[in-house]
Write a protein that binds this ligand. Structure first.
Ligand SMILES: Nc1ncnc2c1ncn2[C@@H]1O[C@H](COP(=O)(O)OP(=O)(O)O)[C@@H](O)[C@H]1O
Ligand SMILES: [Mg+2]
Length: 278
């Protein structure tokens, strides 16, 4: 008799999927209906590749089909997400912000698998989509992308506290769909855009806390990176403007992102004069 395994209790819900218990010691990642086909397989492949170069990532156990769609099966990491810890213990938010920076620095030291997409290609595609979907003048962000100076680094592409699980063996990083080979400052800018508030509340993927706590975490995250890596503030601000435009393509609330882009344009009239007046 074939043993049929059914997804068990909900472990957590992400922006693109639900994570459910799946037999002993495993979880299954089931994409939301709105999540495009192929997404699960690509993410699993990237996660497996970065695990092979030493990144702390759950072990991929397989890909199965549930209700006709691919679902990925992973080692169940015990622990709470870094964001849940922020919500439970807001007084620790500065310490957790520094930890997020340390997690990112550790990834940047690894050899990026050649199988990962180039960060530049990902950013260009998203900027084009933002320009088509929202406002044609956003295409000017393409001109701001710097020529890559150093060899590419391993960039997670969506490193925010909901994608870090605090396990007994240290932080473990999930959600590798946006992984790439690229510029560390671009990845830092990307994280800072995922930490941007949505009006009076934290963003949807970081629910249940308050703006002050989020602000403390973000400030500690950036200060720690300034201590550990060498980059100019102007470089970060430029990449934040680029990543703000790229993120608009993801369909998240966009007012704060547009404001990041416009304030860069106002401060740099020759680069993006048109954008500021739109
Ligand atoms: N292997 C795992 N073990 C335990 N919890 C996990 C595992 N993978 C993900 N999670 C939890 O599920 C949440 C959503 O997973 P994630 O991969 O980020 O999905 P999404 O891409 O939908 O955001 C994470 O924030 C994390 O708390
Ligand atoms: Mg996630």
């Amino acid at each position: 008799m074939a043993l049929q395994r059914l997804p068990g209790e909900l472990v957590a819900r992400g922006t693109r999927s639900s994570i459910r218990a799946y037999g002993r010691g495993a979880v299954v990642k089931i994409p939301h209906r709105s999540t495009p086909d192929g997404w699960i397989e690509w993410e699993a492949q990237y996660a497996d590749d970065v695990r092979a170069v030493g990144a702390p990532v759950p072990r991929l156990l397989g890909i199965e089909r549930l209700s006709g769609r691919a679902a990925s099966v992973w080692e169940h990491i015990r622990g709470c997400s870094m964001w849940q810890r922020v919500v439970d213990r807001p007084d620790d938010s500065a310490e957790l912000g520094r930890m997020l920076a340390d997690v990112q620095c550790a990834l940047l030291e690894l050899v990026p698998p050649i199988t990962l997409p180039r960060q530049r290609d990902r950013v260009v595609a998203k900027i084009r989509m933002s320009a088509v979907k929202v406002d044609a003048s956003l295409i000017r962000a393409l001109d701001l992308i710097p020529i890559a100076a150093s060899p590419p680094h391993l960039c997670h592409g969506d490193l925010h506290p909901s994608n870090v699980i605090l396990s007994d063996d240290g932080p473990v990083i999930v959600d590798w769909f946006d992984a790439s080979r690229g510029d560390p400052v671009a990845d830092i800018a990307r994280t800072s855009m995922t930490l941007l508030n949505d009006g009076a509340t934290p963003p949807r993927h970081l629910p249940g806390s308050d703006l002050e706590t989020l602000g403390t975490l973000t400030a500690a995250y950036l200060s720690q990176l300034r201590l550990r890596l060498e980059f100019a503030d102007a470089q970060l601000v430029q990449w934040q403007a680029i990543q703000a435009v790229a993120r608009i393509a993801e369909g998240v609330p966009r007012d704060s992102l547009i404001e990041v882009w416009r304030s860069f344009a106002r401060a740099n009239p020759p680069v993006a004069a048109q954008a500021a007046s739109n």
